[in-house]
Design a protein around this ligand. Structure first.
Ligand code: TRP
Length: 333
């Protein structure tokens, strides 16, 4: 009965792509085999609004897109509590309490927040909103509201977990031992590069393959992928180390990648054929996922039921935390 809690989540700002698939989704599915874990996955719509406050429809639409992506890769609502952040008012309440324990300077120094602010000039201009600057505080509330001890995340999230740990320590030192200090669990898969070789895969960069892409879309995207620019003819010797098609063969063609690279280096394989082989393998891997996705696309009531059942379970946990927090803070009237 000594189960550890894990909590993680995504901002619903777009459909999930194969970068998410290899980066976090597969490890979340794998974690479901661990009997000693109680898993929570949050669709962080309130956090998504911090930089999409002017586009609420986008966030709303993507709540269900992300949920369908989760279910179709095998995140199982019987093993993982999937819930919606905006339906947990305790998170907003905790955010207010924690905001006393964090300085503006500390938030401004958070490397992830800093990078994001620099990238989002078109939304924030020269002065960032209070809500966005403070999202690490709200993320600390996300984690602690459910007693999250393990937080499986990518590297970019480490500064947020560190900040959460600081908030927890400060809270406990002032109000008494109440909250659990979480620990980040780095997913073993590193970030997947885009089809164009960019370090980051994303919608705005147009270099991502989505779990929901059609055969046609996959075909078009792979055909446009970056290959060794020095390779002009089929006979010229290629360098798979600078070819995104080889890079993706490594993910999708485990049994063939060795031959692929050898033939490329020897000038015995044309890029077009090589791309076609990759397309076949990507489609093979994504077909069962897309079929499951289609099942849910046709059943919006079932989707809603899954999300609401998970959310009710999450609400019960957050209520328990709130009782403890208010008592510790002497506001338990
Ligand atoms: N900030 C995370 C991201 O952008 C999403 C997120 C929100 C999250 N709340 C969380 C991740 C709590 C881990 C734990 O991907």
């Amino acid at each position: 009965m000594n189960k550890k809690r894990s909590l993680t989540g995504d901002r619903p700002t777009g459909k999930l792509h194969i970068g998410h698939y290899f980066g976090s989704l597969k490890s979340r599915v794998k974690m479901q085999e661990d009997e000693n874990l109680e898993r929570f996955v949050m669709i962080a719509d309130v956090q998504a609004l911090t930089d999409n406050f002017n586009n609420p429809q986008k966030v709303r639409d993507n709540v269900y897109e992300v949920l369908m992506d989760y279910l179709s890769v095998g995140i199982d609502p019987n093993k993982t509590t999937i819930f919606l952040q905006s339906m947990i008012p305790e998170i907003a309440e905790l955010t207010v309490f924690y905001s006393n324990l964090v300085t503006i300077a500390r938030l401004q120094r958070n490397p992830t927040v800093k990078t994001e602010i620099a990238q989002k000039k078109e939304i924030f201009g020269e002065s960032v909103t209070y809500g966005f600057l403070g999202y690490p505080v709200s993320q600390a509330a996300d984690i602690t509201a459910f007693g999250g001890e393990l937080v499986p995340v990518g590297e970019d999230q480490l500064p947020l977990i560190e900040q959460c740990r600081e908030i927890v320590r400060k809270f406990n030192s002032i109000y008494g031992d109440t909250l659990k200090e979480p620990e980040a669990v780095l997913s073993s898969n590193k970030r997947i590069k885009g089809l164009d070789g960019n370090e980051k895969m994303g919608k705005s960069l147009g270099n991502a393959i989505y779990l929901s892409d059609t055969d046609d879309q996959i075909h078009k995207k792979v055909m446009g992928a970056l290959t060794d620019p020095g390779r002009i003819k089929k006979e010229s010797k290629g360098n798979p180390n600078i070819c995104m098609v080889a890079y993706y063969h490594n993910l999708f063609s485990k049994n063939e990648v060795k031959t692929v690279c050898e033939e490329c280096k020897a000038g015995k394989r044309g890029c077009v054929d090589c791309k076609k082989q990759l397309i076949t393998n990507i489609i093979k891997e994504l077909t069962p996922i897309r079929e499951k996705r289609k099942y849910y696309e046709e059943r919006p009531e079932e989707l809603k039921k899954i999300l609401m059942e998970g959310t009710i379970k999450a609400q019960e946990e957050a209520k328990k935390t709130m009782e403890k927090v208010k008592k510790a803070m002497k506001i338990d009237y």
